[in-house]
Design a protein around this ligand. Sequence first.
Ligand code: SAH
Length: 464
Amino acid sequence: MKSLIKKAEESHFLSKPEIIRLLEDNSINDELFRAADRVRKKFVGDEIHLRALIEFSNICSRNCFYCGVRAENKNIERYRLMPDEIIQLARNALSSGYKTIVLQSAEDMYYTAEMLADIIKEIKKNDTAVTLSIGERSYEEYKILKDAGADRFLLRIETTDKELYRKLHPNMSFENRIRCLKDLKKLGYETGTGCLVGLPDQTTNSLADDILFFKELDADMVGLGPLIPHKDTPLKDVKADGFWLSLKVLALTRLLLPDINIPATTAMETIHPDGRILALQSGANVVMPNVTDEFHRSQYEIYPGKKSVDYTKLEEKFKQIGRTISQNKGFRPICPLSLNPSPAGRGNNKAKALRKNMTPQEKKLWSILRNKNFYGYKFKRQHPIWKYIVDFVCIEKRLIIELDGSGHNFARTKTYDKQRTQYFESRGFTVIRFWNNEIDNNIEGVAQQILLSLRERAGRGGNK
Ligand code: SAH
């Protein structure tokens, strides 16, 4: 078992049977949590990103079996915040230092995409990221919201067990959920998903599928937590004992997706007194304090006993476990810490070696790109991005330039190139390629194309 954890820590890969073995063996839990904590530290560091959560409506058209705000629950008061109220809550949060506003709601079609877009635009006048968590919508609606400036979207798959999904979500379809997640990815949202742990009839087999699904989707964020049965739902009699298992799923998710953002969810801290800290020490690096006004917060009762975070003590508590509060928006890193050249210059040896051994064509292109010579755009060469090293990159415009034809790139295969390109595109980069002979014979044409690509990407900031 220890060697399995080591394998996960080093390669970030496990087969499904291996995940199941780790989920089922509770003698290795501490070892597993510690490994996830090391990977968290190595890839995303000690900073904790705070996201201000605004729950703006509990009026729901769905009937998810676990959720307290399901349409058929007649025992709760319903509310809907108006755009100016939402904007005011966001402003308050921004003035207390938050760098991300999360707009979450039940599935309430009262809010058209256009209405939400106006709210997003208003909030985005400030220096902040905006995350949406409003459920299933069409591609066109997601696009309107993205164009309005939304940066991220959270939509849990809840469970990848199709049969279980069907039972728990009347009149909904698993296929549409997947469609939504793919659309969000395609539109360039940082896409978050996740699952519930402790559902009736949920198996370790299906939890292993959940984790592999996160990896397959290349989720940028994964939020998960234990089911907390709500008395006014069909799942009211289910036992609330999913805490440790959900912590294990969290730890395994960190091992397999080392550089993503993972929140210590409210459900985790609601069900266990130290839930938040335990999660932060087992792979999590995000906390989402609720900034909805207290009156409405209590009405957004997706499950009972929902904890609220006491702010004043947060920083102190994080400090006690060696962590700090991040001052930036906390996007998934373009270049994970583990690959960042260190300030002392030790850095990534492979990239460094490549920088020394440039081919004549690389040298020629570099001579026009270096030092912001090229129309003021800043380029880096032989730059590590995740596990890859790209020839040239303009981070601000997310444009990658690769040279083909000879030199150190000759060993790349087509499939490998395709995988690389797919990965970069999923992170919002565009890749353009030139042959060495184009550099040799038509450098002006090459320059022209690079300029066009940069201009096409105007307005698309980098990691802002
Ligand atoms: N309507 C939005 C937001 C849902 S609330 C959407 O569909 O995405 C956010 C998450 O709370 C859900 O995805 C679900 O996983 C979780 N949740 C709902 N009821 C719960 C319960 N009883 N216990 C624990 N988590 C629950």
